[in-house]
Design a protein around this ligand. Structure first.
Ligand SMILES: *[C@@H]1O[C@H](CO)[C@@H](O)[C@H](O)[C@H]1NC(C)=O
Ligand SMILES: *[C@@H]1O[C@H](CO)[C@@H](O)[C@H](O)[C@H]1NC(C)=O
Ligand SMILES: *[C@@H]1O[C@H](CO)[C@@H](O)[C@H](O)[C@H]1NC(C)=O
Length: 561
């Protein structure tokens, strides 16, 4: 038998090595190439309130835009598709994670103008009511905010982000189903009918009838305004002709805001607060955003060690009981949320402090609730709803969670005919939550645009709208997803329970009847809240696949690729 020559042996070894390397590479490639489950995406996604706006955001990403570009374009679009929720006459809180994992919060919510009605808080409603009129208008921060985040994180030209929305505003869109439904609710109908939004034919026909599904919704003046801002930048609004026109119109409506207020508006850029949730880190906006309240709810609930079994039989009653008790305590903490620049800087710190969280958890009894609001520190106030949220994640791993608002439905229904802008009524956010307000101050907010990061590298970009319901609705979606084993879609769709500001418990239709009865037996008082406009939009990346969900409560659809 001929012995192999050493050089031949070398050859064999070499060939073997090459084969091994090839095999390993093949494995890696096929792992990378692994198909994501149907309905999920491989690269990027945007979840806005409507399919149209999610798609506009997605298109920006596909054209090389960053998550910030996608979010801005989706928000601009939302100002036309859900004009009752947000617009360039409002403000936002935007949480952004850059691709190396640093998280910043851009707060460009409205501020109190230099001159305001000093006894405004005496006009606060004590029960559910929409606050109308120019006295509630805060200085709009929306465009200054877009400008600041775009400068830092944008990849596409500023004007490009406006293009699709300018087209929609000028050409018009069929009345979106959600808005059509909203305008057919009698209190909303009356609200709009008796307002400038009808007089100036924004949501009414020439003969004064409210537009309905099937009608065309057009914003020609707003389209022109956006064209100018697209060309000239945010300065056109904050110090140029548009600002002057806006101030003129506000004056005509009896308001006191000055061009000086617009000129001096500043975006607040801060580090996010980061709180641990077991194997997950949660980044939230600091006060005056509602992030700390949501972190408090999740902090208390984490200590109950929930698992998917917590939804079995009577355990489900106990799970919701504990959640409701926790939210009652969170309601009692609402006044801890205020603008740290004008108030005690530490006023909300205890909400993320484990010793406070443990103390509250120990005050929760498994067999009863408490009647007295004193137990929970709750002071009566009025609830409201409104707002929008966009979550976006791009190919580079940049994530944006942005909640935007003009506060209540159609803001305070003040309309600027020269610019086509609907003004916010943000100053009513001080109602029930503060005793004073000062020029330049941000009102306290429930908005909580969050970004969660798991140890294994997963990302969850999540936030919501719905006024008073925001913090608890987003918290419950996170509980459902993180601890109760639901898919993201189910976590958001699960019928919810809203603990109102009187600590009454309100069940969304479809809520488990036997659990409802169990909760009543524990002593919970049931309220009659009818507006479950809590809307959570989220994008999640896990094991290389992206799942995006837009809440079906607002008829939304996400978009990705
Ligand atoms: C992310 O942000 C941090 C802190 O602001 C910065 O140091 C880092 O360079 C940023 N990364 C990228 C890729 O921009
Ligand atoms: C108002 O105008 C719309 C179309 O412009 C029409 O369909 C409707 O019948 C009119 N209503 C009244 C009361 O005239
Ligand atoms: C509830 O449980 C506590 C102990 O945790 C007990 O002292 C109390 O009597 C119970 N109350 C009712 C109404 O069962």
């Amino acid at each position: 038998m001929a012995k192999y020559k050493p050089w031949l042996l070398c050859c064999f070894i070499l060939i073997g090595l090459i084969c091994a390397v090839a095999l390993i590479s093949l494995c890696i490639v096929s792992l990378e190439d692994r198909r994501c489950p149907s309905g999920s995406f491989k690269h990027a996604a945007v979840s806005a309130d409507s399919r149209r706006c999610s798609e506009i955001g997605r298109n920006m990403l596909q054209q090389g835009g960053s998550a910030v570009d996608g979010a801005i374009a989706a928000l601009l679009c939302t100002s036309v598709v859900n004009p009752q929720s947000m617009g360039i006459g409002g403000g936002s809180i935007l949480t952004v994670r850059n691709k190396t994992g640093h998280v910043k919060v851009y707060n460009f919510r409205e501020t109190v103008p230099q001159s305001f009605k000093t006894d405004l808080l005496k006009d606060c409603p004590t029960t559910f009511a929409l606050s109308t009129g120019s006295k509630w208008i805060g200085v709009p921060g929306e465009l200054r905010g877009y400008e600041a985040v775009h400068k830092q994180y944008g990849k596409l030209p500023w004007a490009k982000l406006f293009e699709p929305t300018i087209r929609l505003a000028k050409e018009g869109i069929p009345m979106p189903q959600f808005l059509g439904n909203l305008l057919s609710i009698s209190i909303v109908k009356d609200h709009v009918k008796s307002s400038p939004l009808c007089d100036f034919q924004v949501f009414c026909n020439k003969n004064g009838t409210i537009l309905k599904e099937g009608d065309i919704l057009k914003f020609p003046k707003l389209g022109e305004t956006m064209e100018i801002i697209a060309k000239q930048g945010a300065d056109a609004f904050y110090s140029g002709k548009i600002g002057q026109d806006l101030i003129e119109d506000i004056k005509t409506a009896g308001g006191t805001m000055k061009l000086e207020d617009l000129k001096s508006f500043q975006v607040r850029v801060e580090d996010a607060w980061t709180v641990p949730l077991g194997n997950t880190k949660m980044h939230i906006p600091p006060p005056p955003a509602g992030g700390a309240l949501m972190a408090f709810i999740l902090g208390v609930m984490k200590g109950f060690h929930l698992t998917p079994n917590s939804l079995d039989g009577d355990q489900k009653i106990q799970m919701y009981h504990r959640y409701i008790e926790t939210v009652k305590f969170a309601n009692g903490q609402k006044r801890s949320i205020c603008d740290p620049v004008f108030n005690n800087k530490q006023s909300a710190d205890h909400l993320i402090d484990p010793s406070f969280i443990n103390r509250i958890r120990n005050m929760i009894f498994s067999n009863r609730t408490h009647d007295n609001s004193y137990y929970y520190n709750v002071k009566p106030s009025a609830d409201h709803f409104g707002t929008t949220h966009v979550s976006a994640l791009d190919e580079d791993g940049m994530a944006v969670s942005a909640t935007s608002t003009i506060n209540q439905l159609f803001g305070g229904t003040v309309y600027s005919p020269r610019t086509g802008i609907i003004l916010n009524n943000e100053l009513s956010d001080f109602c029930g939550r503060a005793n004073t307000m000062r020029a330049g101050e941000h009102p306290p907010s429930s908005m909580t645009p969050a970004i969660l990061e798991s140890k294994s590298g997963g990302l969850l970009v999540i936030g919501g709208s719905g006024g008073s319901m925001i913090t608890s609705a987003v918290a419950l979606s996170i509980i459902n997803r993180l601890w109760l084993g639901m898919t993201l879609k189910d976590a958001i769709a699960a019928p919810t329970v809203f603990v109102d500001s009187m600590n009454n418990v309100n069940f969304e239709s479809g809520f488990d009847k036997s659990v409802m009865n169990g909760l009543k037996a524990l002593g919970h008082k049931v309220g009659d809240w009818r507006y479950f406009f809590n809307v959570v939009n989220a994008v999640e990346k896990e094991n290389g696949c992206i799942v995006a969900v837009s809440d079906s409560r607002k008829k939304g659809m996400p978009a990705g690729y």
